[in-house]
Design a protein around this ligand. Structure first.
Ligand SMILES: Nc1ncnc2c1ncn2[C@@H]1O[C@H](COP(=O)(O)OP(=O)(O)OP(=O)(O)O)[C@@H](O)[C@H]1O
Ligand SMILES: Nc1ncnc2c1ncn2[C@@H]1O[C@H](COP(=O)(O)OP(=O)(O)OP(=O)(O)O)[C@@H](O)[C@H]1O
Ligand SMILES: [Mg+2]
Ligand SMILES: [Mg+2]
Lengths: 256, 256
C-alpha cells in the first residue's frame, strides 16, 4: 500500500531534488512501484528525469485546483517502475490562488487518494519554503525525509522545519512521522562537515541514515542529461550511495 | 543617495546570503555606508553577521505590516559602516498575512523611503522563492543582483526569474534594472562549471561580473562564527574575491 514520503527542507540547495529523483529511481530498479510528484515550480525533479510538461499539458497545478484527476497527469519515465506527476509553470501562482479555497491544505492528499494504492512508494519533492505547497505535501504524507547539507546554515534551519512539522502533526496530519534524516554533500576532509554530522546525529538519535551522500560531481552533471544517476553513471560513488540508501529504506520498511 | 540592490534567485543554495553579507561587508570597509535587509524567514543574513532578533524585538516583519518605522528596526553590526534590518520568525507567515492588504507589494519600499538617503548602498537578501517577500524586495529595488551557482539546475531557473523581473518592471517598478550576474561556487577543474559560466556570459553579455567567487570552504565556515569572511579570514581566496567584487561594483557606479 503506497507510503507517501515527502522530501522537505526550506533551506535551499540541500539536495532535496537530487535525493527525490535518485532514491525514487533506485527503489524502482529494485522493482518497487514508485510515483514521484514534483511540487516545486522550478520543476527540477521532472527535468532530472528528462520530463518537462508542455504549456498545454496538465500538471500537479491542475490536480491541486481540482481541474483533473491524478491518473490524468501521471507520466511514465525511462525507468520501468517509476512514474512522475510533473510540475508546471502555473504552480508559481498556486500558493496565492489556494489561499481562499476550501480545505486548501488537503488538495494534494485528496487528489492522491485514488492512486496511492497502485504504488509501493510515493515521493514528493518540495520547493525551498514552508508555504502552502510544502504544507500540502506534509498534509498528504505518511512520513517526511529531511536532507541536510553538511553546512552551518543548513543546521540553523532545522528548528523552523521541525516546528512546522509539529504544527502539521497537531492541526492537519496526526499520523505524520519522521522517515529519516539524510546527510548530503558530505566531504569527510572538512571539519565543518564532521561537526554538522555529529550535531545532526545528536539531534535525531537513530533517525540519521547510515548511508551518507558524498559530494560527487557526477550527481550534479546527471540532470543536464535529463537522467537519474543510475542511467548516467551507475558505477560512480553517488550512484552506489543512493542504491545503498534505497536498500536501507526497504530494510527499515520490512523491519517495522 | 542610497541605491537599493536586491539579491535574488528562487533557486535555493546558490549563494544569495553569502553574497549579500560579504559584499555588504566589503563595501563597508571601503567606507561606503551600507544597510543590509534580511527578507528571508531563515534569517541567515543576520546570523552571518552574528545578529539575531530576540522574540520580543521588532524586525522587518513589523516594518512590512506598518507596525513600526525603519529607523526603529535598524541594528549596528561589528563593522563600522554596516547596519542590518533583521529578519524574524514571524516573517514565515507574512506572505499569507499580506495577501489581502492594500498595496501589498509596496510595503517594503514605503518603509524604506525615510531611511534610504542615509546610506550609499542598501542590499536586500531574499528567500529562495518568487512570493510576496521577493516581490516586495524587487518592487523596492533600483537594481537586482543575481548570483548563479555554476550548476545545471541553477541555469534552468533563470528563465523563470527573468520572467518575474519583467513582470515587476511592467507592473510595479518601471525603473528596475539588472545590477549584474555573479558566478558563485566556481571550480575551474569542473567541465560543468565552465559550461554554465559560458552559457551565463552568452545570456547576459557585459552583465556577468569579471569577479568570480570560487568554491572556498572558509566562506561556509565563517557563518558558524557569526562573522563575514573579512573578519573570519581576510587572507583567504573567498575574502579577496568579495573585496574584488566590491571594487567592481564601485567602479561600475562611478562609470555610470
Ligand atoms: N551529493 C552531491 N554532490 C554534488 N552535487 C550535488 C549533490 N547533491 C546535489 N548536488 C547539486 O547541488 C545543487 C543543489 O541540489 P538540489 O537542487 O538537489 O537541492 P534542492 O534542495 O532540491 O534545491 P532547491 O532548494 O532549490 O529545491 C544541484 O545543482 C545539484 O546538482
Ligand atoms: N563560494 C562558496 N564556497 C563554498 N561554500 C559556499 C560558497 N558560497 C556559499 N557557500 C555555502 O553554500 C551554502 C549555500 O549558500 P547560501 O546559503 O549563501 O545560499 P542562498 O542562495 O542564500 O541559500 P537559500 O536559497 O537557502 O537562501 C551555505 O552553506 C554557504 O555557506
Ligand atoms: Mg529542489
Ligand atoms: Mg539565503
Amino acid at each position: 500500500m503506497g507510503r507517501v514520503i515527502t522530501v522537505a527542507n526550506q533551506k535551499g540547495g540541500v539536495g532535496k531534488t537530487t535525493t527525490a529523483v535518485n532514491l525514487s529511481a533506485s527503489l524502482a530498479v529494485a522493482e518497487k512501484r514508485v510515483l514521484l510528484i514534483d511540487m516545486d515550480p522550478q520543476a527540477n525533479a521532472g527535468s532530472g528525469l528528462g520530463i518537462t510538461a508542455g504549456d498545454g499539458e496538465k500538471t500537479v497545478y491542475e490536480l491541486l485546483l481540482s481541474q483533473c484527476t491524478a491518473r490524468e497527469v501521471v507520466r511514465n519515465s525511462e525507468i520501468k517502475f517509476l512514474d512522475l506527476i510533473p510540475s508546471g509553470r502555473r504552480l508559481v501562482g498556486a500558493e496565492i490562488e489556494l489561499v481562499n479555497e476550501m480545505a486548501r491544505e488537503y488538495r494534494l492528499s485528496k487528489g492522491l487518494e485514488s492512486l496511492k494504492a497502485e504504488y509501493d512508494y510515493v515521493f514528493i519533492d518540495c520547493p525551498p519554503s514552508l508555504g502552502l505547497l510544502t504544507v500540502n505535501a506534509l498534509a498528504a504524507a505518511d512520513t517526511v525525509l529531511i536532507p541536510i547539507q553538511c553546512e552551518y546554515y543548513a543546521l540553523e534551519g532545522l528548528t523552523q522545519l521541525l516546528n512546522t512539522v509539529r504544527l502539521i502533526q497537531k492541526n492537519l496530519n496526526r499520523n505524520l512521522t519522521l522517515e529519516g534524516v539524510l546527510l548530503t554533500m558530505y566531504d569527510r576532509r572538512l571539519n565543518l562537515c564532521r561537526q554538522v554530522a555529529e550535531e545532526a546525529r545528536a539531534h535525531f538519535p537513530e533517525k540519521v541514515y547510515r548511508s551518507v551522500i558524498p559530494r560527487n560531481v557526477r550527481l550534479s552533471e546527471a540532470p543536464s542529461f535529463g537522467k537519474p544517476i543510475l542511467l548516467y553513471d551507475v558505477t560512480c560513488l553517488g550512484a552506489r550511495c543512493y542504491l545503498k540508501l534505497a536498500r536501507e529504506v526497504i530494510e527499515n520498511d520490512e523491519a517495522s
